[in-house]
Design a protein around this ligand. Sequence first.
Ligand SMILES: *Cc1c(COP(=O)(O)O)cnc(C)c1O
Length: 426
Amino acid sequence: MRFVSTRGATDPVTLSTTLVEGLAGDGGLFVPERFPSLHLSDFGTVEALDSIATILLHPFFTDDPLHDQVAAICAETFTFPAPLLELAEGTSVLQLFHGPTAAFKDFGARFLAAALSRVPGDAAGPRTVLVATSGDTGGAVAAAFHGRPGVRVVILYPRGRVSPLQERQLGGWSDNVRTLAVRGDFDDCQRLVRSAFADVELAREARLTSANSINLGRLLPQMAYHARAALEYLRRTGVAPGFIVPTGNLGNAVACLWAQRMGLPIREVVLATNANETIPDFFATGRWRPRPAVQTLATAMDVGDPSNFERLTHLFGGWAGVRRRVRAIRVDDEAIRAAIDRGAESWGVVWDPHTATAAAAREQVEEADWVLVATAHPAKFPETVEPIIGREVDAPPALVEIARRTSEPEEIEPELEALSRVLRAP
Ligand SMILES: *Cc1c(COP(=O)(O)O)cnc(C)c1O
C-alpha cells in the first residue's frame, strides 16, 4: 500500500516513510492511496481490541518494512480496554480514557511509538521526536516513548499555561524524555518547532521527527476502537450505530469515517464541536473560514483551523461531499455545563467537558442507536467538573500516580538558539 499527499504533489511512499516524515513534502497530509474494503466475515467472532486492530490495519502495511510486525505493534499499543457501555436504550458510551494519561490520545501516541521504534534505522544515532503541546498531547507522547531505545523526545510547553496536573504529567520523566517550559505562549512553542524543522541542518543533525496529530501513526490506530465498538453494537443489537465524536482538530472523527469507508457497520458520524465556529459554520454556509481559536471549557478542542479538514475533503472528494455525508453540532460552554449537570443527575455518569459536547449533541439528534465517544476521564478536569456536580471526582490509578510526582521544570527562552543547544546536545 502506498500513501499520497492530500495536495497530490508528491510521489507515493510507504507507511514507514510517512511515520518518519509526518507531513508530506508539498505541505499536505498523507492519506492512503485507496481504502481497502473489509467484510464482517473478516472479523469472524474476534472481540479483542488488539486483534481487531491487527485485522483492520494489516492492509496498510502491505509492502512496508514493518509488514510482519503489525500484530506485535498492536499488542504493544492496545494494552488497556476501550469498553462500550450501554447508558440508556439506544445510547451507548465508548470509553477511551483507560490509558496511562486518561485520554484517547494514548492510543495514537503508543501506536506511533511502537511503530516508529521498529522502523529500520541506520547508524546515525537516535531520532528526536519534537512536540509542542498545550497540555494533553505532550503527556501522552512522553508516556508512550519513555524508555524506548533509539528515540528521544523533546517536549515544549508554555510555562504557567497548563494545568498543575498537566505540568506534572509533562515533567519528571528523565531518561530519553526531556521537557522544556518555554517562557512564552503555545504559539511561541509551535513557532519554535516549525523553525527547528525549517533549519535543514539542525533537522538532519538531530534527526527530527514529529508526533503531532497529523502523523498517520496517530490516526490509523484510532480506527480500531471505533471498529470494535461498531462490531460489538451490531452483534448485540443487529443494528449499525451512529457515532457522535467530540471534535477539535478532526483527527478522531476522520479515523471513525475511515473505518466506515472500510466497511465497518457505522451508520453515520456526527461531529460535536465546542463554541469554536469553523466546523459548524462550514456545515451551515458551505464555506471554510479558519479563524483564531476561542477558549472554551473543552480546551483540547479549542482549534480554529482544524488541520485534518484536508483529509476529510479528500475522503469525500470535495466540500459538497463532506456536507452531504457528515453533520456537525455546536455546543457552547453553557450547554457543556448543562450536559455535565444532567449526566450526573439523571444517569449518575460524570462527563468530562469534551465528552459533554457529545452528550449535549445526543439530545439534538432524532434517530436511535448512538455511540457517544468519551475522549477523557473527568478527573483530568476537576476545576470544571467538580463545582458543577458538587462533589469530588474519583481519579483513576494512573492519574493518582501522576498527581504525586514532583518535578522542577527546565525553562528556556522562546528562541531557536536555546532550543538548538538542547537538540544538538548528545
Ligand atoms: C484532542 C482531544 C479531542 C479532539 O480530538 P481531535 O482528534 O483533535 O478532533 C477531544 N477530546 C479530548 C479529551 C482531547 O484530548
